[in-house]
Design a binder for this molecule. Structure first.
Ligand SMILES: O=C(O)c1cc(C(=O)O)c2c(n1)C(=O)C(=O)c1cc(C(=O)O)[nH]c1-2
Length: 254
């Protein structure tokens, strides 16, 4: 029996696809991490370089885990067409042919912020809570059936807006950020809508009973929590009260 992180009340009758989509979008409108105070500080130019380094270093853990989570998902899916479509996600992050991939693009950002690559890739300086949250996502996908596993990526419905805000906000406010190093987010502006259109269509087609619909809403809520918890941890360590756990990255500046 899989541990259940969240429990959405089962709808009293089956929702139409439009109603289900509206319910999923309402979850994002209330819980997506664009609403977190840490993101408001990041995009508004209110962080120091050391705090931006902490964000980029911790966020690397998420980047590194995404293709592992996508492989876990593919291992659970019987439908060959879904696996074919899903494979592109792994290639987007790990790279394929001339495209060096999203993880490499993330490392271009952390290089530019002055963080040693080996240190970033080792994840040794990441917050414990970041590691826990990210691994919970990989585990969730591994432990659950294909439908909620697929639904857990639906936070990406809301990602293009935050990526666009981040590109504009960070370039405008931080002199230590330049256009070239925002390539990761520019690329995601095309990739994320493609990925989540596919996932949303799959979920709306396959979540046909009230129980399945509650399950996909749980999955999206869980995933919003995975993202929110990472920012809570960053805030507590690097903004207020500034409680950096033993062994975690400590910004150099005064
Ligand atoms: O910067 C962000 O706020 C953000 C959020 C999310 C998300 O909503 O999970 C993803 C990404 N970025 C992203 O870049 C990415 O590749 C990605 C993959 C997934 C996923 O769940 O499969 N989410 C996200």
């Amino acid at each position: 029996m899989t541990y259940q992180f969240v429990r959405t009340p089962v709808p009293s009758r089956t929702l139409s696809p439009d109603q289900l989509e509206a319910a999923l979008r309402a979850i994002g409108a209330e819980r997506y991490h664009n609403l977190h105070p840490f993101h408001k500080l990041l995009h508004g130019g209110d962080l120091t370089k050391g705090q931006v380094q902490a964000w980029a270093l911790n966020r690397y853990c998420y980047q590194a885990a995404i293709p592992r989570k996508d492989h876990a998902l593919m291992a659970r899916i019987d439908d060959r067409e879904v696996r074919r479509a899903w494979l592109q996600r792994v290639l987007d992050h790990d790279g394929h042919g001339p495209d060096t991939g999203g993880i490499e693009r993330w490392l271009v950002l952390t290089d530019h912020l002055g963080l040693p690559r080996d240190y970033v890739v080792s994840q040794d300086g990441a917050l414990p809570a970041t590691r826990f949250a990210v691994e919970a996502y990989v585990r969730y996908v591994w432990d659950n059936p294909g439908l909620p596993a697929i639904a857990s990526c639906l936070t990406e419905l809301f990602a293009p807006k935050i990526h666009a805000e981040r590109i504009v906000g960070m370039l405008e406010h931080y002199d230590f950020v330049e256009d070239r190093v925002m390539a990761y987010f520019r690329k995601r502006l095309d990739q994320a809508p493609r990925d989540c259109d596919f996932a949303l269509a799959y979920v709306l087609e396959h979540a046909r009973t009230p129980e399945q619909q509650a399950q996909v809403m749980d999955a999206l809520t869980f995933k919003c929590n995975v993202l929110w918890a990472q920012l809570d941890a960053l805030y507590a360590a690097y903004v207020a009260p500034g409680m950096i756990p033993p062994g975690a990255f400590r910004p150099q500046e005064g």
